[in-house]
Design a protein around this ligand. Structure first.
Ligand SMILES: Nc1nc2c(c(=O)[nH]1)N[C@@H](CNc1ccc(C(=O)N[C@@H](CCC(=O)N[C@@H](CCC(=O)N[C@@H](CCC(=O)O)C(=O)O)C(=O)O)C(=O)O)cc1)CN2
Ligand code: MET
Ligand SMILES: [Zn+2]
Length: 765
């Protein structure tokens, strides 16, 4: 019999219970025990939910308080020394790795001041993990039995789970060596694998029938060294005695499939949503006992699975290897989609029927499995309903809007190019903006205080009027503008208090999107987003940000920076359509933004920033696919911004550190100023910065952590930057927006940043 499986379930909870509990713990409102209890309840709920939907194989150890990769660093004792010297509890050590910790000496306990680990994007998703850090001194050992404990916890509730581990090759591939260490992480494989064996033995002892071991890097271009390591690593892992299901996802395996041939694993999992060709590839290398887990229900999007197509794929696998050896699974963990559609009553029924969220995806897996086990007649109604939903979507008028298509057809090459080259127009901008050396600015948002969120919530629920809300936002903007003037920033921002989220906000102002009330997806740690869903052709019916930006400019004589989210980021951080090319969707969004940019310019805003932080994560996982992506991504940005006058300054912003990969694309945007995250990447960007032809503001402090760097630290960073960036091209700013920070640390951060900038100006005048 075919079995169904989920590779990982969203852990944040239906109503973001985990977010609320961890944040309450951090602020001292609940105890560690209370936090553990709510986590335990959530795990139990989620196991039961999946079982109730009819899933046969449910995962354990997919839970995490912060990030599953960091859990592995913690489990295998890859804990940098800097987190251990304070004698914190294991839980607090763990959270310090995730978010840093800074607190004064109290009750005889020493002061703590430690930044978090580096946070990076999980493949091409909007989820972030904490990059493991290893060195030749790392002593891998079992520091935690979380995987075993959670397995037993489920077992106690009479639920047999399949524990999930991140495979050792993927773990070390994603790791970096500490600064002091010369070791290449991958060289530590033998040492680390030995500890995996120990853990696997414990899981088997506890009663685990099989273990899911994730090796998603197999969807990347890999070196021979990495590929070759699979054989010896998995031969060693086999000593653990566990039945391993080696899991790959997010893309085609291509030639990497070869290394899976002959590995001593019980089965492999492939993603056939992203890469249908993985099915044949996998079938061609399995031995005559191995299981094939077919990832057919997408863990990355919210569209209903096309049952008819899916059944055909599964039947093909069954025909090849027999039903005992086939598992029907989610393509990847379904961490990336919201919890459930229940309660999303504001969605029009004719559109809601196109979607399946996590709980509904579980039901889909059960239906598909039944269809192949008991025959289509056993789920006839479900199959018919599914076919009707697909047909209704294909025929919906919103998926093909003539005015939008006509405008796209009329786009010309000239619309992508500014009238004058950078050097000349920057000189004009300098003349009009009159900025000092090393201009200071911020990335856009200021703290989204509890008061702001609560007031917006009241407005959304209708308990305050639009006028009251507008007045509140105007007051917030006024306060933020005054604050920036007082503190001495050069290019101001309005602070984005009116925005729930930089993507959702724009989605809500454009046609072609729909929204959820509770469709939260974890982005990092306790932070979540509610991605809007692109359901049809996109257009912009009217101004989206002009009112707030024009007001902010009207109350200051300093230049006010208008703040927009650029096309690829709106596209990537939404759930895009799967019936139209992403390049087409990007261009539709770009045309809407182009109108907004020109309206801002008309309203007297002379600096306009279009944030494109998702440009890097949008890069296809395989290099061979990069150029066609970069081509449409860069065009979309240029289409949005290319229509402005010479003396209107275009900024962009990127918050990740792999600048190298995308250097040419960023250059190709032809923005006048770009700000990029830099503070946590060990200043490794330095070497490429000197080649950048326009202005650049490498981030000077990490906004993900409440830790405030002292003035000297800022000064050191600026001094290092002055050595690689031309003195008339360097801007000074934080890594990213300040919305997740509180006012005390924001004030201290910016004060220190400005003091250090003034020192640097004196020295470099
Ligand atoms: N979409 C997206 N992706 C991104 C980023 C981003 O900004 N947006 N930034 C990078 C890092 N990721 C981040 C993701 C989320 C947040 C973040 O701050 N999220 C907030 C929610 C933001 C939001 O949607 N706020 C809404 C709803 C807030 C809310 O929780 N309201 C309460 C009621 C009010 C209250 O009691 O607090 C409720 O609904 O229950 C609003 O302000 O309107 C959170 O998790 O807390 C920050 C960074 C990369 N990816
Ligand atoms: C994730 S990039 C954030 C950019 C946005 N303008 C902000 O400051 O919040
Ligand atoms: Zn950012």
């Amino acid at each position: 019999m075919v079995q169904s499986a989920v590779l990982g379930f969203p852990r944040i909870g239906k109503n973001r219970e985990l977010k609320k509990a961890t944040e309450a713990y951090w602020s001292g409102k609940i105890s560690a025990e209370e936090l553990q209890t709510s986590a335990k309840n959530l795990r139990l709920d989620h196991w039961k939910l999946q079982k109730d939907q009819g899933v046969d194989i449910v995962p354990s150890n997919d839970f995490s308080f912060y990030d599953q990769i960091m859990d592995h660093s913690f489990t295998f004792n890859a804990i940098p020394e800097r987190y251990l010297k304070y004698d914190l509890s294991p839980l607090d050590t763990y959270f310090a790795m995730g978010r840093g910790m800074q607190r004064p000496a109290i009750d005889g306990k020493p002061a703590v001041d430690v930044p978090s680990q580096e946070m990076v994007k999980w493949f091409d998703s909007n989820y972030h993990f904490l990059r493991p850090e290893v060195s030749d001194k790392t002593e891998f050992k079992l520091n935690s039995t979380k995987a075993v404990d959670e397995f037993l916890e489920a077992k106690q509730a009479n639920i047999q789970t399949r524990p999930v581990l991140v495979g050792p090759v993927t773990f070390l591939y994603l790791a970096k060596a500490t600064k002091e260490s010369s070791v290449k992480p991958i060289e530590l494989l033998p040492k680390l694998t030995a500890v995996y064996v120990e853990l696997l033995k414990k899981l088997v002892e506890a009663g685990a029938e099989s273990v899911q071991i994730d090796e998603p890097i197999l969807a990347l271009d890999l070196s021979k060294e990495v590929l070759d390591s699979y054989k010896s690593t998995y031969e060693t892992l086999a000593q653990g005695g566990a039945k391993l299901i080696l899991t790959t996802y997010f893309g085609p395996l291509k030639d990497n499939i070869e290394v899976l041939k002959g590995l001593p694993v019980a089965g492999i999992h492939v993603d056939v949503c992203r890469a249908p060709e993985n099915l044949d590839a996998a079938l061609s290398i399995l031995d005559d006992k191995q299981i094939l887990s077919v990832g057919i229900v997408s863990g990355r999007n919210i569209w209903k699975t096309d049952f008819q197509k899916a059944v055909a794929v599964i039947e093909k696998a069954i025909a090849a290897i027999g039903s005992e050896r086939v598992i029907v699974a989610s393509s990847s963990s379904i961490l990336h989609i919201p919890h459930s559609l229940t309660g999303e009553d504001q969605l029009k029924p004719e559109i809601k029927r196109w979607f399946a969220f996590a709980v509904e995806k579980c039901a889909e897996l059960a239906i598909l499995t039944k269809a192949v086990n008991e025959g289509p007649a056993s789920v006839r109604e479900e199959l018919e309903a599914n076919a009707a939903d697909a047909k209704a979507r294909a025929e919906s008028p919103i998926t093909n809007v003539k005015a939008v298509r006509d405008r796209q057809a009329a786009v010309t090459p000239e619309m992508h190019t500014r009238a004058t080259p950078f050097e000349k127009r920057y000189a004009l901008q300098q003349e009009s903006l009159k900025l000092p050396q090393f201009p200071t600015t911020t990335i856009g948002s200021f703290p989204q205080t509890k008061e702001i969120r609560v007031t917006r919530n009241k407005y959304v629920k209708g308990s305050i009027s639009a006028e009251e809300y507008d007045a509140f936002i105007r007051k917030e903007i006024t306060d933020v503008v005054k604050f920036q003037e007082n503190i001495g920033l050069d290019v101001l921002v309005h602070g984005e208090p009116e925005r729930n989220d930089m993507v959702q906000y724009f989605g809500e102002k454009m046609e072609g999107f729909v929204f959820t009330v509770n469709g939260w997806v974890q982005s990092y740690g306790s932070r979540c987003v509610r991605p809007p869903i692109i359901v049809g052709d996109v257009s912009r019916p009217g101004p989206m940000t002009v009112k707030e930006s024009a007001f902010a400019q009207s109350i200051t004589s300093k230049p006010m920076k208008g703040m927009l989210t650029a096309p690829i980021t709106i596209l990537r951080w939404s759930f895009p359509r799967d019936d139209v090319e992403e390049s087409v969707q990007a261009q539709q969004i770009a045309l809407g933004l182009r109108d907004e940019v020109l309206d801002l310019e008309k309203a007297g805003v002379r600096v306009i920033q279009c944030d494109e932080p998702a440009l890097r994560e949008g890069l296809p996982l395989r290099r061979a696919d990069w150029s066609q992506y970069v081509d449409y991504a860069v065009k979309a940005f240029r289409l949005a911004t290319g229509g402005v006058k010479d003396d209107t300054q275009i900024h962009s912003h990127f918050c990740y550190s792999d600048f190298n990969d995308i250097f040419d694309a960023i250059q190709g945007l032809d923005a006048d100023v770009v700000s990029i995250e830099n503070s946590k990447s060990d200043m490794k960007l330095m070497s490429v910065l000197s080649n950048y032809k326009s202005c650049i503001g490498p981030g000077l402090f990490d906004i993900h952590s409440p830790r405030v760097p002292p003035v000297e630290e800022f000064k050191e960073r600026i001094d290092a930057l002055v050595k690689s960036v031309p003195k008339d091209r360097l801007w000074i700013n934080p890594d990213c927006g300040l919305k997740t920070r509180g006012w005390p640390e924001t004030t201290a951060d910016l004060e220190n940043m400005i003091v250090a900038t003034r020192m640097a100006r004196n020295e470099n005048a």
